[in-house]
Design a protein around this ligand. Sequence first.
Ligand SMILES: NC(=O)c1ccc[n+]([C@@H]2O[C@H](COP(=O)([O-])OP(=O)(O)OC[C@H]3O[C@@H](n4cnc5c(N)ncnc54)[C@H](O)[C@@H]3O)[C@@H](O)[C@H]2O)c1
Length: 369
Amino acid sequence: MNIGIIGFGGMGKTHAYAIDNLKYFYSPVGFEARVLGVCCGHYENAVSACETYGFEKAYKNEDELIGDPEIDVVDICTPNCFHYETLKKAIAAGKHIYCEKPLCVTASQADEIAALAREKGLICAVVFNTRFLLPVMKAKELCEAGRIGEVVSFAGRFLHSSAHDPEKKAGWKQNRDICGGGVLFDLGSHTIDLIRWICGEFSSVSGLSQIAYPTRIGMNGEKWQTNADEAFYMTATLENGACGTIAVGKIMGGTNDDHSFEVYGTRGTLAFDLMQPNYLRFYDGTKPESERGFTSVECCGRYPAPSGVFPGVKAPVGWLRGHVGSMYNFLRCVNEGEIPKPSFDDAAAVQRIMEAAYASAKSGVRVEI
Ligand SMILES: NC(=O)c1ccc[n+]([C@@H]2O[C@H](COP(=O)([O-])OP(=O)(O)OC[C@H]3O[C@@H](n4cnc5c(N)ncnc54)[C@H](O)[C@@H]3O)[C@@H](O)[C@H]2O)c1
């Protein structure tokens, strides 16, 4: 599969990284996929992305990318307001599509796109990537298996601090004209998807939108009136009768990527927190009273086959990142002629300690290092 990525900012790079690394995480992958080329807001950025990441083709614009007969899959990573037109062009060209959330900026646009893709028989997915985190998958599995009984209540939160500083320049995600909405679109779309996926279809909502910092420095460096919600609070009812809350915002100081939810059922509770991504917390209300309480279900890297071989199933989320950091540190030192830390001297120190420990274990006496 030849994939063309439209928009090569944060998410374009994220998708390219995922495609490039499938071969490490899935064995066998079962198909071949590569990023054939990219297009960006400015052509020179596409050229530079090709040079940096080894893609073959820098496209001048999305029409050229979509029109390339070699492209099988169009991957849309542009700001939200552009998705609709790009989606229509890609569908007309008969391409399969992987599109970032939110799909569009209005429900009627999204309905139209979903219907068009269905009619054409194209394979299309929206990027609600949080569904693919193991604790979230485990929550879905336990919920479906009836381990918490019927869902009666839920609470979801997605909190960032990126707009906490009023002096910080506004980006396009805080501009309704480009984002199409505010934080509800940007973060809330993920949380709504998770609650809907795990708990059931929504039947009604009531919302409260907040702009805490009405004026900021805009994208052009001038004073600018914030026109998109910086926080959004929602109560919702589901078709199954469950009720709950969703709160999202970017004005919550001290938060990073604090995406969390609790699902309360008649027999138990599930709790997920993205900042603790190795565990799903589970309260099993069917246990004898003396054994009750939340337990942490370890998830780590236990993805189902054909994954799970690399990295090992016990590798916690983030383990590989430490290896990337270690390798960078070493190669940077080689490049700059610097003695790296941890050095061979550090290795030898550890070795002496281990040898002394063995000697102590054998002799039964304390050994000085
Ligand atoms: N799923 C997630 O975890 C997640 C996280 C962040 C953003 N997103 C979504 O991803 C999308 C992109 O967000 P981002 O954070 O990568 O934004 P970004 O600002 O980092 O990147 C956007 C890119 O699109 C390019 N671009 C703009 N107009 C273009 C055009 N007409 N043709 C081609 N390229 C164009 C820009 O040059 C830039 O490279 C948004 O829809 C956003 O909601 C998803």
